[in-house]
Design a protein around this ligand. Structure first.
Ligand code: CUK
Ligand code: CUA
Ligand code: CA
Length: 634
């Protein structure tokens, strides 16, 4: 293959044999399951002219602040990350489902309380894919982030004022929460979560070898309480989900309408579907008591399978093993991405109204266009100017196309709706434009989350980083401006204008994060602001101390080997950025105590001897000296 012109569709590529022709044929015909077929493209580096065009555009000078907060899911790291955009500087990692050595997440008593049942079960991994910020009237409101855990079927909430997880819910009756989106209007009352894998209902040992009785459910969590409010039992499986801007619908793609348990079975049908959930009708059915429950779970479950003939669910067939589903920011369309079909399917939400009202009988009549875009369309995002940007996994490209022109072309008009194809490196999954999932979609930046980086970075061993590529979409043409290595493995991100997010600089003393610990101290007669003291009850020892740079309130305490020791530290520093840490040497114990925070950790005192503890954040010129001794008696 010769040099490619990155601004031209494949059909215009110089050198005779276009990449589509080269690798497309094997992928497009039945061989799609083979790795070779799915991973063929994208081995060419960006040409030097593209490099020059993007040079410097993502620069944010030292001391300058980024314009956007980027929130990245951390995939199998189990965390969520904050990046500044456009600089792509990583600013923070928020521990969610993972055990985090830096902050003590998963070890402090405060985080264990939030992890709850997950901690009891000993789960220390997660797989976050979709992170989304809460809305008020379709605009980001800076209150919460929500994220799924595909690995252990959970949904978590993160408080944006302190960027810490505050609720984790294990969703019953389902296996693998994959797609996750939020109600946008009038506000985020519900968090919608897709159960991806199909299992027996209840999954208690019955029907192990009878996949015909495997099912999954669509779940709605109450955003305030994080309880599962209701579930809808569906045909097929559920992949990605999005919602409208009217507060009426959530809609999920299904790639396994066949309800197969092997890859070949899951690709049998030429079409799978998008399932539309009519939220007010679901609420009415729950209110009317038309639900049942499954197994031990008390969550009300409605039957939304086609055979049940409900008035609250409709199935719209789309080609083939669709993946992403994305609402246009004007709220008019839901666009499903074909994955094994080179098409996207544009579904009119007005026509979905008609389908539910009985004015349209044939679900496919809600489809207003099915543009052919390239190989392996996975996700679509928008710029607020009428253009859509779709990731092409197999082609390793982003295609920019016009939604209205695609609709006109579907109506028979001769119009080329594809405006540009840009190479990305390589095998792109999600892509997301700044503010694109809100009413304030602003069309400035596009993030292309490429799954493979291959030759783009210094090699670091067999596990390569992913490559998050920043693309300037403010002009007529997309311009690649930055390559950002990402450790495994972000799936999705959002970019939120900094005006929407206002985290605190220091904790407030009445923060609910440590309210239980404060209450415990009060019951022990301890004033956390002043006292440093040791309280012994049998073999349980509570060590209360303050921290104020550069010293702990207690520099020596005595316990017996085998005692259960709880260290409670209140950081009296009020100066922004003066975080301390507490590490008990040779005990596997470490945690963060940021300004005005109270944090606690419980451990068993080890062998008799002297055990030093020290501050692990470089907080002061005398930080090294900020230490103390736990004297352990036999
Ligand atoms: S998914 Cu990973 S590329 Cu979990 Cu949103 Cu599409
Ligand atoms: Cu406190 Cu270092
Ligand atoms: Ca299928």
């Amino acid at each position: 293959m010769g040099k490619r012109d990155n601004d031209k569709p494949d059909s215009e590529t110089a050198g005779g044999l276009s990449r589509r022709g080269f690798i497309g044929a094997s992928a497009a015909i039945g061989a799609v399951g083979s790795a070779a077929g799915l991973l063929g493209g994208g081995l060419l580096a960006a040409s030097s002219d593209v490099r020059a065009a993007g040079q410097g555009k993502a620069d944010v000078a030292p001391g300058e602040l980024d314009e956007y907060y980027g929130f990245w899911s951390g995939g199998q790291s189990g965390e969520v990350r904050i990046l500044g955009v456009p600089s792509m500087r990583q600013l923070a990692a928020i521990p969610v489902f993972n055990r985090d050595s830096g902050t003590g997440w998963g070890q402090t008593n405060e985080s264990i309380a939030i992890l709850g049942e997950s901690h009891k079960r000993g789960w220390q991994n997660g797989d976050t894919h979709h992170v989304h910020m809460s809305y008020t009237n379709g605009s980001y409101d800076g209150r919460w982030l929500f994220v799924n855990d595909k690995a252990n079927s959970r949904v978590a909430r993160i408080r944006c004022d302190i960027m810490r997880t505050d609720k984790i819910t294990i969703v019953p009756n389902v296996t693998s929460i994959h797609g996750l989106r939020l109600q946008k209007v009038p506000k985020t009352g519900y968090v919608f979560a897709n159960g991806e894998m199909i299992v027996p209902q209840p999954n208690d040992g019955r029907d192990l070898e009878n996949p015909a009785n495997y099912w999954t459910l669509f779940s709605a969590l109450d955003a305030e309480t994080m309880e599962v409010a209701w579930q809808v039992w569906v045909d097929g499986n559920l992949d990605n989900v999005d919602t409208d801007y009217a507060g009426t619908y959530a809609f999920s793609t299904c790639y396994n309408s066949e309800r197969g348990v092997h890859l070949g079975d899951m690709m049998r049908a030429e079409r799978d579907w998008v399932v539309f959930f009519h939220v007010p009708r679901i609420e009415a059915a729950i209110k009317a008591g038309k639900f049942k429950t499954i197994g031990d779970s008390k969550v009300p479950v409605l039957d939304g399978r086609q055979a049940a003939g409900s008035d609250f669910v409709r199935y719209v067939p789309v080609p083939k093993n669709p993946h992403g589903i994305n609402t246009t920011p004007d709220g008019k369309y839901a666009i499903a991405n074909g994955k094994l079909s080179p098409t996207c399917t544009i579904i009119s939400l007005e026509k979905i109204d008609h389908l539910f009202a009985g004015k349209i009988n044939e679900p496919r009549d809600t489809v207003v266009a099915e543009p052919e875009l390239g190989l392996g369309p996975l996700h679509t995002t928008y710029d607020g100017r009428g253009f859509a940007y779709t990731s092409l996994f197999i082609d390793s490209q982003v295609v920019k196309w016009s939604v209205e022109e695609a609709i006109r072309a579907y109506g028979g008009e001769k119009v080329n709706y594809i405006h540009q194809k840009l190479d990305v490196h390589y095998q792109i999954g999600h892509l997301k434009a700044s503010m694109a999932e809100s009413r304030d979609c602003d069309g400035k930046w596009l993030m292309a989350l490429s799954k493979f980086s291959k030759d783009r970075f210094l090699r670091v061993g067999p596990l390569h980083p992913e490559n998050d590529q920043l693309i300037d979409i403010s002009g007529d043409k997309m311009v690649l401006v930055h390559d950002g290595p990402a450790i495994p493995e972000p799936h999705d991100c959002i970019m939120v204008h900094r005006s929407k997010v206002r985290p605190k600089a220091i904790y407030t003393r009445d923060d609910p994060m440590f309210a239980a610990t404060v209450a415990m101290a009060k019951a022990d007669g301890v004033d956390l602001e002043k006292d440093s003291k040791v309280i012994r009850k049998g073999n349980k020892v509570r060590v209360y101390m303050t921290s104020l740079a550069p010293s702990f309130g207690i520099t020596e305490f005595k316990v017996k080997s085998g005692d259960e020791v709880t260290v409670v530290i209140t950081n009296l520093d009020t100066v922004e950025d003066v975080s301390h840490g507490f590490v008990m040497t040779n005990h596997g114990v470490g945690m963060e105590i940021s300004p005005q925070q109270t944090a606690s950790v419980t451990f068993t005192a080890g062998h008799p001897g002297v055990h030093w503890y020290y501050c692990s954040w470089f907080c002061h010129a005398l930080h090294m000296e900020m230490s103390g001794r736990m004297l352990v008696e036999a």
